[in-house]
Design a protein around this ligand. Structure first.
Ligand SMILES: Nc1ncnc2c1ncn2[C@@H]1O[C@H](COP(=O)(O)OP(=O)(O)OP(=O)(O)O)[C@@H](O)[C@H]1O
Length: 469
């Protein structure tokens, strides 16, 4: 007999959360098929009823369900086998065993197949309804988690480390070497150069990759909060601690902790952290008990820790504890060969058009490569975001870059140049503005704050000076 599907008749007796739930019920007892179909349909569920395991698997192959309720003893295929097949076909499904012959063996088999619940027949309808409420709540949590993961992914961008130049290749090789070890890693590099991304890559290359990576920015929290954030606290541990809180080091149990900006950690917290790193024991604020935590530590800093040790602002013993393996991410200006591919990668965060065409005008790329990027890849990401907003149709032209971008570059050129006259400085500003705007004198004049006529006069005068030698 094929599976039978019914649409909900009324959702009166069930909450809004459960009403749209799709249930697959498989049992060879015909009176139970009728009972479940009628009772659950009346309660507003979408019910599909199957007389055996094979039909249930066929239904699972065709469509998705929120909940699978199966009898254990069925002809052709046992309920546990159906659940195992459902795990492969629909990993998100919550499977419930309903058996008339409860036993330790079937209960253990249900547990091992990660069944959501185990009910025994005859099972009152009220119990089934309560179980379905819990399935609905579980489904909502899974959806919220998926939405949060999606938002996180959007906020963080993807974790792909882009760059195939020699410098990034060396970093990549070190990541692959140190990743699978349990060593503590210290990542050094200027701000915005990709230290967090490198930390994520180390974690992804580790045996803990399927466990959480908990990132903590030690510089972003005030001194009085960082301790409770790292180690957690008991209720009433300090004024305002209305509820107990698990520290992030504990949350990362089994996985990795990324301590970003470790150089910003106050000295008192440094001492506590060192104890945790040495013993693996965490004591929540206000607690007498300790908890054993197994977390791999990755740290990052843009500060000179050796100098901080000399100045007495960073503990030497902590530095030796965290720098077992060091990885330095070079600043962007030292890997200009990666700029074009990084720019394309970052543009893809905002634009999906121009798939086959050119994404950047050659003058834009030239301007990006010429820049010295004090804010590294983060600055590049911001410049690209700005350009992606301004540009209606790809490729990105120089005029889509932020105007301040060229100014900063000009200021730097002037700072670093040999002494020059005011006239030469003026010409440098004019040339850079024209370069930025693809030779468009009208836009350049506006940017420089002079009339078009004045710009022509200045260019002609410069030409005459050059001709005169
Ligand atoms: N090699 C790379 N490939 C792709 N994206 C990168 C790369 N390096 C950095 N980014 C991007 O640049 C931005 C800054 O990177 P990240 O936060 O890792 O830098 P950071 O060195 O940790 O910064 P800070 O010193 O401020 O903590 C992020 O959006 C990141 O995705």
């Amino acid at each position: 007999m094929p599976s039978e599907k019914t649409k909900p008749r009324s959702a009166n007796k069930t909450s809004k959360a459960t009403s749209s739930m799709r249930i697959l019920f498989a049992d060879d007892e015909t009176h139970l098929q009728t009972l479940m179909r009628d009772a659950l349909t009346r309660r507003g569920y979408n019910v599909t009823v199957c007389p055996d395991g094979l039909t249930a698997v066929a239904a699972l192959e065709k469509e998705s369900f929120d909940c699978l309720i199966v009898d254990i003893d069925m002809p052709g295929m046992t309920g546990i086998e159906v659940i195992e097949r459902a795990r492969e076909l629909r990993p998100e499904i919550d499977a419930v065993v309903m058996t008339g012959k409860p036993s330790q063996e079937t209960a253990i088999a249900a547990l091992r197949s990660h069944a959501f619940d185990y009910l025994t027949k005859p099972c009152p309808l009220a119990d089934i309804a309560r179980m379905l409420e819990r399935v609905a709540a579980h489904r909502d949590i899974k959806r919220q988690l998926a939405a949060l993961q999606h938002r996180l992914h959007r906020a963080e961008g993807d974790s792909q480390l882009v760059g195939s130049g020699n410098a990034m290749q060396s970093v990549q090789k070190l990541i692959e070497k140190v990743g699978p070890t349990e060593s503590t890693v210290l990542i050094r590099g200027e701000t915005g150069c990709g230290k967090e991304l490198v930390a994520r890559a180390v974690h992804a290359n580790s045996l803990r990759a399927d466990k959480p990576l908990v990132a903590i920015n030690c510089g972003a929290l005030p001194e009085n909060l960082i301790e409770s954030e790292l180690f957690g606290h008991c209720r009433g541990a300090f004024t305002g601690a209305d509820a107990a809180r698990t520290g992030l080091l504990e949350v990362a149990h089994g996985g990795t902790v990324f301590l970003d900006e470790i150089g910003e950690l106050p000295l008192a917290v440094q001492a506590k952290l060192l104890r945790v790193l040495e013993t693996g024991d965490i004591r929540r604020l206000g607690d007498n008990q300790t908890v054993q935590v197994d977390a791999r530590i990755i740290c990052a800093t843009h500060r000179n820790l050796e100098q901080m040790v000399e100045e007495g602002t960073f503990r030497e013993d902590l530095m030796f504890r965290i720098n077992t393996f060091e990885l330095t991410v070079p600043p962007l200006r030292q890997r200009t060969e990666d700029i074009a591919v990084l720019a394309e990668h970052l543009l893809r965060r905002h634009r999906s058009d121009g798939v086959s065409g050119q994404l950047f005008h050659p003058d834009t790329l030239a301007a990006l490569v010429a820049h010295t990027w004090p804010g590294n890849v983060r600055e590049l990401a911001n410049v690209i975001e700005h350009a992606a907003i301004l540009c209606d149709e790809l490729p990105i032209a120089p005029e889509h870059l932020p105007s301040r971008f060229g100014e900063r570059q000009l200021r730097k050129e002037i700072r670093e140049a040999d002494p020059m006259t005011l006239k030469e400085m003026e010409m440098l500003a004019i040339q850079r503005s024209l370069q930025r705007h693809g030779g468009d004198k009208k836009i350049a004049a506006e940017e420089l704050g002079v009339s078009l006529k004045t710009l022509y006069n200045k260019l002609n005068a410069a030409e005459e000076r050059r001709a005169a030698g």
